[in-house]
Design a protein around this ligand. Sequence first.
Ligand SMILES: Cc1cc2nc3c(=O)[nH]c(=O)nc-3n(C[C@H](O)[C@H](O)[C@H](O)COP(=O)(O)OP(=O)(O)OC[C@H]3O[C@@H](n4cnc5c(N)ncnc54)[C@H](O)[C@@H]3O)c2cc1C
Length: 537
Amino acid sequence: MQAHDDARAALRAWQASKPTDLFTADAFFQAVLQHHLGEAGFEREAPALRAFGTACAGPLDALARETNRDEHLPALRRWGDHGHRTEQVVFHPGYFELGEAVYATGVMSRYASPGHETAQLAFAYQLGQLGEAGHLCPLACTAGLIKILQGCAPPEVAARFLPGLLRTDRNHPEHLHGAQFLTEIQGGSDVGANACVARPAGDGTWRLSGEKWFCSVIDADLYLMTARPEGAPAGTRGLGAFVVPRLRPDGAPNGVFLRRLKYKLGTRSMASAEADFQDAVAYPVVLDGGFKRVVEIVLNTSRLYNAIASCGMLRRVQVEAESYAAHRAAFGRPIAQFPLVQRSLQRLRTQAEAAVAGTFALAALGDRITLGQGSDADRALYRLVVNMNKYWTSFQGTSMCREGIEVLGGNGAIEDFSVIPRLLRDSIVCEQWEGTHNVLCAQVLKDLHKYALHKAFFAHADAVIAAAGAHPQAGPLAQRVALDRARVNALLALPPAEASLAVRDAVDALAVTWQAVCLLELAAAGVQTPSLERLLG
Ligand SMILES: Cc1cc2nc3c(=O)[nH]c(=O)nc-3n(C[C@H](O)[C@H](O)[C@H](O)COP(=O)(O)OP(=O)(O)OC[C@H]3O[C@@H](n4cnc5c(N)ncnc54)[C@H](O)[C@@H]3O)c2cc1C
C-alpha cells in the first residue's frame, strides 16, 4: 500500500540523514574543544578525532549494536577443555574488533604524558554516543589504574604494569587493561565496611582473600582492589589499594573464582561478575591511606568518565530525536512542527550542550591542575564539581532518554528500531555506579562544611560573569548565583539531619549553575550558546 511504502521511505530517509562523521556534525562540541585546547591544540587533534568520528558513525556503531544483541553478550566459560578451571569470559569477536579501534586512537596511551585528558576524553565522548559501555567502562577503569600507578605505586610495581597499560594494541598479548573492585555485598557506598583481607607474603607481594560483589570488566588483566591489611583499623582508614593480575604467569587464574556474571539492566556488552578471591597474588599500590588516594585519583577519574559517557548518550539521543522528528509525519505534517515536540527537542539539545560545556570545562580544569598550573581554588573547584557533575549528567542522561523515547513514540520503545532503549538502560546504570546521587550529595555537604569549597565555586562564577561584561545572560546568571549563595549559606546553617535532606536541592541548583557558568564563558569567547538562555529560563 502506498501509505506503508511512504512511511518506510520516510524511515529510510531518517536513517540516511544521520551524521556520517560524529565530529564534523557536532559544531558545538568542536567549539568547546577549540576553546579548551586552543587553536593549535585543536588543529593537532582534529584529524584523528574526525577519523574516529567517522568510524563511530559507521562500522563501530554497527559493531556496538551487534555486540549488544542478547545472543552476543559475554558468557562465562569456567572450565577448560581438560577439566581445568579457566574462569574465562567469552565475547563476540566484534567486541575485540571494536576494542582494537578504540585503543588504537591512543585514548589510553596518551596518559604516558599526563595533563592532556581533555583531548583523550573527546575520543571517549564519541564512543559514548554508541552506547558502548563495553569498552567505555574499561577505559575509565584503565585510566584510573594508570594514574594511581603513576602517582602512588612503588616504582617497581608501576614499572611492572604501566608499559602494558599504555599500549595502543588492545588485542596484543602484552596489552593490559584494568578494572576496579571496591564494592562488597555488605556495601558499595559504605566502602569502609570492606571485609576482604590482605596478608603480606614476605617477598613484597601480598595475598588477598574475600568476596567482591560487583566486578565490572572481570576479563581485565589487572584489578585494582581495596582490601584491609590484617590488623589495620576498621573503616576506610584501614583500607589498602592493591593490583591483582587476573592470571598467574602460567596462565592459571590468580586465586579468582567467578560465581556468575551479573544479569544486568544495562552496560550488557561488558562483563560484570561476582567473584571470590583466595590468596590471590597482589602488588601493593598504597597501603597507608589507600582509600583516600583511590577516591582522589581512581574514583574521581571514573566520575569524570561517567559524565563523559552521559554526555555521549545525551548527544546521541538529541541527534536521534531531532532527525526523527524531521522525517516522521503525523496528521499531515512533520512532527517537528508541533510545539510540544519542539519543546522536547529543545530540552534535549539544551541538556546535551550544557553537559558537554560543563564536563569538558571540568576536564580542562583537571588538566591545568595535573600540569601544575592550578591554584588551591582550582583544586577546591574541581573537588566540588566532579561530584556534582557526575550526579547531574547521569540524572539528566536517564531523563533525556525518556524524553527521546517520547519523541519517537512507540518506535522509541523498540530495541532494534533505535539505540535509545539501550542508552536508557545504560544511563540508569551510570546513575548508580561511581557514587549514587545521595552519596555524592552527602559528600558535597561534607566538603562544603569541611573545606568551604563553595567559596572557590562562587569566586569562579563571579569572575566569569564579570568577564562576560554586557552579555545578555550575564545579568540573569548573576541573579541566579546570588540565590545560590543564599541557599548554600542557609544549608550550612541547618542542623545535620535537615541539611542532609536539603543538600540535594542545593546540588541540583549548583550543578545547573556550573553548566551555565561554563556556557557563559564559551559565549564570551564567541561560541554560539542558545542553550544558555534556555537553561536559565
Ligand atoms: C552494573 C554495575 C556494575 C558495577 N561495577 C562495579 C565495579 O566494577 N566495582 C565496584 O566496586 N562497584 C561496582 N558497582 C557497584 C556500585 O558502585 C554500587 O552499586 C554503588 O556504589 C552503590 O552501592 P550499593 O549498591 O551497595 O548501594 P547502597 O550503598 O546500599 O545504597 C542503596 C541506597 O541507599 C542510598 N544511600 C547510601 N548511603 C547513603 C547516605 N549516606 N545518605 C543518603 N543515602 C544513602 C544510596 O544513594 C542508594 O540509593 C557496580 C554497580 C552496577 C549496577
